[in-house]
Design a binder for this molecule. Structure first.
Ligand code: XUL
Ligand code: CO
Length: 441
């Protein structure tokens, strides 16, 4: 196959002083940070749907980008194969080791699911060849159970048992392909698992059915040798008004209630966390605290807009705090940083595709270096430890922590303490100054 991104180079690291728009300023793949190459910390992945699929369509107009990649017509099997060639050339030129897909990102969906599955097999063979030739890998696979009109009321949560069967069939096939391609994860994003109005909805019934679908997926997946992680990707709304996997805390509760937490972790997406009224950092922290930190969909939202804008990450404070959480959680095992991000509609050229990933990868490389510096600096960690010190330095504090304290005992302690001491300054401004000092020198 001939070169698709003609004239666009293999992107190299040229350092922070470089003025070359097609070079990395911060992402230096082999450079060690906290004893490990950047590349291994960050595990970048390309989202098939945005990078190779999204042409810039919005509610008010058609696409602006030509993503046929040399195929005569979009939405054909010729186009599906061209996307594979384009995807692997793109990842090769950017130095991205992983990719992620939905079943129907790979092929045009046919009216008959058996034909769709045949098409998926054909493309999976092509993907397997390209993986073997390049050493690139599948991070995770998933099934799109939100675009086809049959899923208008959800997949696992659909009111229709017939639609549930189609959901099961798609999950089965997507798992087959994920396993065939050696994927380390399988994602459930419940885009339409939720409701528009409670007037027509049995919430308990729907949640039970979603859990049943997930249990079937675990049992089938483990049966065919999938030993990676299943993930829920929380999101509070859009397209549904209310989505059951609202945020990390809600999803953790759901997984624990249905006994799915041994097989599932969370795939935290920045823009989904902010739609839920949290920071990205908050949802990463909650996932880690729940023992469910798994993978990340890297992007950023626009705080002035109330929807999922899926922008390439640019905000270095956010990437720093995200990498701080990821490092503290022990880093990625099966997961990675999947750019569930798309170039803005007016950025419609091949060059923009390259520059978008350069921005995202550099923003996270910068975040990694700065998060490592915050940890190595130690002042923040030391203050957090000091802030809770009274639970170590007093007998009653230790009793509270070990679970031996009683209300009556503590009331007696309080009675003898006289006027209550204030809990000590939170020193937020001092800590924020430290972060700025580390970020900007
Ligand atoms: C949608 C979204 C999805 C999931 C995979 O908001 O993030 O693309 O990442 O289904
Ligand atoms: Co996502």
């Amino acid at each position: 196959m001939s070169e698709i991104f003609k004239g666009l180079p293999k992107v190299e690291y040229k350092g922070p002083q470089s003025r070359d728009p097609l070079a990395f300023k911060y992402y230096d793949a082999g450079k060690a940070v906290l004893g490990k190459p950047m590349k291994e910390h960050l595990k970048f992945a390309m989202a098939w749907w945005h990078n190779l699929g999204a042409a810039g369509t919005d509610m008010f107009g058609p696409g602006t980008a030509d993503k046929r990649f040399g195929a005569a017509e979009a939405g054909t099997m010729e186009h599906a194969h061209a996307k594979v060639e384009a995807g692997f050339e793109f990842m090769g030129k950017l130095g991205i080791d992983y990719y992620c897909f939905h079943d129907v990102d790979l092929v045009p969906e046919a009216a008959d699911i058996n034909e769709t599955n045949r098409r998926i097999d054909e493309i999976a063979d092509h993907l397997a060849e390209k993986q073997a030739e390049s050493g690139r890998k599948l991070l995770w696979g998933t099934a799109n159970m939100f675009s086809n009109p049959r899923f208008m009321n959800g997949a696992g949560s659909s009111n229709s048992a017939e639609v549930f069967c189609f959901a099961a069939a798609q999950v089965k096939k997507a798992l087959d392909v994920t396993v065939k391609l050696g994927g380390r994860g399988y994602v459930f994003w419940g885009g339409r698992e939720g409701y528009e109005t409670l007037l027509n909805t049995d919430v308990a019934f729907e949640q039970g059915n979603i859990a049943a679908l997930m249990k079937m997926a675990v049992s089938y997946g483990r049966g065919i040798g999938f030993d990676g992680d299943f993930y829920i990707e929380p999101k509070p709304k859009e397209p549904m008004k209310h989505q059951y996997d609202f945020d990390a805390a809600t999803s953790a509760g759901f997984l624990k209630k249905y006994g799915l937490d041994k097989d599932f972790k969370l795939n935290i997406e920045a823009n989904h966390a902010t739609l839920a009224g949290h920071t990205f950092q908050h949802d990463l922290r909650v996932a880690a605290v729940e023992g469910l930190f798994g993978s990340v969909d890297a992007n950023q939202g626009d705080m002035l807009l109330g929807w999922d804008t899926d922008e390439f990450p640019f905000n270095a404070y956010e990437t720093t705090f995200a990498m701080y959480e990821i490092l503290k959680a022990g880093g990625f095992t099966n997961g990675g940083l999947n750019f569930d991000s798309k170039s803005r509609r007016p950025s419609y050229t091949y060059e923009d595709m390259f520059k978008s990933f350069i921005l995202g990868m550099d923003s996270f490389a910068l975040g990694l270096v700065k998060a490592a510096a915050i940890i190595e600096d130690g002042r923040i960690d030391a203050f957090v430890k000091e802030r809770y010190a009274s639970y170590e330095t007093t007998e009653y504090g230790r009793a509270i922590r070990s679970g031996t304290a009683t209300l009556a005992g503590l009331a007696e302690v309080a009675g003898g303490l006289g006027a209550p001491a204030l809990p000590g300054s939170g020193r937020q401004e001092e800590l924020e100054s430290i972060v700025n000092q580390i970020l900007f020198g």
